[in-house]
Design a protein around this ligand. Sequence first.
Ligand code: H2B
Length: 101
Amino acid sequence: MDRLTPQRARELLATLPDWSFDEARGAISRRFVFADFAQAFAFMTEVALAAEKRDHHPEWSNVYNRVEVVLTTHDAGGLTEKDVDLARVCDGAYHAAKRGH
Ligand code: H2B
C-alpha cells in the first residue's frame, strides 16, 4: 500500500482531530486515558484483535490507565490508509469503553 500524499494525509487527518501527525516520522499518535487499568487493557484487547485481523499493528505502551498509540506503516515507511483505519478503530473502542461496554 502506498504512503498517503501530504495533501491526502491532511484531508484524512482533519477527520481525526484527536490525533497528532509527526510529519518527519510519518506517524500519527494519540494518548488515551481511562478510568483504570482494567478499562485500558480492555481497550487494548479490542484493538489488538482488530489489528491482527487487519495484519496491521500499533506501536503502543501502557502505564496503568493510559495507553499511548503510535500508528505508521512500516512496510511503506510512513502513513497509509491502514493507519487511518486503525486510528478509527482505536477511537471507536475508546468511546465504547467510556460508555461502559
Ligand atoms: N503493522 C504495521 N503497523 N506496519 C506494517 O508495515 C505491518 C504491520 N506489516 N503488521 C505487516 C504486519 C507485515 O509485516 C506482515 C508480514 O504482513
